[in-house]
Design a binder for this molecule. Structure first.
Ligand code: SF4
Ligand code: SF4
Length: 435
């Protein structure tokens, strides 16, 4: 049910949404024979069939596959790890042209820090672990606050014998090698850093508050991390927000990145469309917004530049936003609890707050709407090979805002063929060959 088949010259690419496996089948004729035999309810006698069945491209009964999809969906949405995303600082040293944030508040207050630590102390027994995402604004403006919270929560988790992990979304300006070492002591091992192409474009869209450029400093930081930080568990995803003007220098950017960071497996690359997420600043660049990432993947493919895309691959297998997860919350610097890191101005996103005693006061009617939204199987979803995983819920906030007749496909799904071709031609580690 979840196979997507993409014929190429002389072979076939197979992708399974449920297992997130990509297969390169070198004998497409045999694949056709297998499919014919199955249509006639015969079990194909072929080593290719055995291999593909072992990897669950073929299953005994579609019911089992649907069950597996249901279990996977529920397990992900209701896993026991407490996963707050903390707005360590709601200020930022950048003013990106497409940014929706209003920067009304500053660093997380001492009261909220203490309340959060109390919450963890009182409630850790209800969770299987804690995983904090540091976010902002720019979280590293509050590096000391991050250290304070991390030290306390790591200690509580160690006493409770529960695993702890952390990741961070940062603009990278303050993330030099010394800062990474500091943050490693806070168990921050995964980063997402945004660069918007070569200096010329990046500095236009991602300048400091005073308009000064940021590209050189971020690249110097990344070089420093590459050369001076030895930790193998570190991973850095460089996110590039694509606008139409950047496309003209995409190959140059890809090649620069591959030369600088392509040989260090800790670096990977994620492409996103710069989008209209609201706010005033984006209004001036509407004509520059690109509509699809197909061109990006196709041009990378034609250029032969090899960039590891671990996050892209992971997002293919898990297309739904964390806002749909039961134990994922956003903690604002003033103690307000939200569900989504974009729509801060919407009432439906204001779930409640954390009290000084470390208790969560949440509006459960609102929370339940985020978690158990009505099923919207629109026309496009009816024949979609990823319905059971996606359920038209990749962005749960859209359900509150928009008419219900649209398919809410993930970016990866929308550009799936282009991504598969890219992974295939670049001989990516994600592609398994079937002789
Ligand atoms: S709910 Fe939608 S808008 Fe909010 S963070 Fe998730 S994907 Fe983004
Ligand atoms: S929203 Fe898109 S990806 Fe999701 S099930 Fe519908 S058609 Fe498929």
């Amino acid at each position: 049910m979840y196979n997507h088949c993409l014929p190429q010259e002389g072979y076939t690419l197979l992708y399974n949404h449920l297992t997130n496996m990509i297969g390169r089948v070198m004998n497409p004729l045999e694949l056709t024979n297998i499919q014919r035999a199955l249509e006639q309810c015969k079990t194909p006698d072929s080593p290719l069939f055995t291999s593909l069945a072992q990897d669950r491209f073929f299953v005994d009964d579609a019911c089992y596959e649907e069950l597996a999809a249901d279990v996977q969906y529920t397990t992900r949405r209701y896993n026991g790890i407490f996963s707050p995303i903390i707005l360590a600082s709601e200020q930022c040293n950048f003013r990106c042209s497409y940014c929706y944030e209003e920067f009304k508040r500053g660093n997380i207050s001492d009261d909220v820090i203490n309340a959060f630590i109390k919450y963890i102390r009182k409630n850790l027994r209800n969770y299987t672990g804690v995983s904090i995402g540091w976010f902002g604004g720019e979280p590293l403006l509050a590096a000391k606050e991050i250290e304070r919270i991390s030290t306390a929560v790591i200690d509580i988790c160690a006493q409770g014998r529960k695993p702890y992990s952390a990741h961070m979304t940062t603009n990278g300006y303050l993330l030099d090698a010394a800062m990474v070492e500091r943050m490693l002591r806070c168990k921050v091992t995964h980063y997402q850093i945004t660069l918007d192409g070569m200096a010329e474009h990046h500095n236009q869209t991602r300048a400091l508050i005073n308009g000064w450029p940021t590209f050189e400093r971020i690249i110097a930081n990344l070089r420093g991390i590459r050369d001076q930080v030895k930790a193998r568990q570190l991973s850095i995803a460089i996110r590039t927000n694509i606008t139409k003007p950047q496309l003209s220098r995409l190959e140059e950017y890809g090649s620069f990145m591959a030369t600088e960071f392509g040989n260090d497996p800790r670096f990977s690359f994620l492409f996103r469309l710069a989008g209209d997420w609201g706010g005033e600043r984006v209004q001036g660049m509407k004509d520059e917004l690109a509509e699809s990432l197909d061109t990006v993947y196709t041009r990378l493919l034609n250029s032969g530049v090899k960039l590891s895309q671990t996050d892209t691959f992971n997002l293919m297998g898990n297309p739904i936003c964390y806002a749909a997860d039961r134990n994922s919350f956003i903690l604002g610097s003033d103690g307000t609890m939200y569900k989504c890191t974009v729509r801060f101005d919407k009432e439906y996103n204001h779930l409640g707050h954390i009290s000084g005693n470390g208790d969560l006061f949440l509006d459960y009617d609102k929370l339940n709407q985020w978690l158990a939204q009505p099923i919207r199987k629109v026309e496009k979803c009816a024949s979609c090979t990823t319905w059971a995983l996606c359920r038209n819920r990749t962005c749960p906030a859209r359900i509150f805002d928009e008419a219900s007749d649209e398919a809410n496909c993930s970016i990866e799904f929308s550009s799936l063929d282009a991504i598969l071709r890219l992974f295939d031609r670049l001989n990516s580690e994600y592609v398994k060959e079937y002789a």
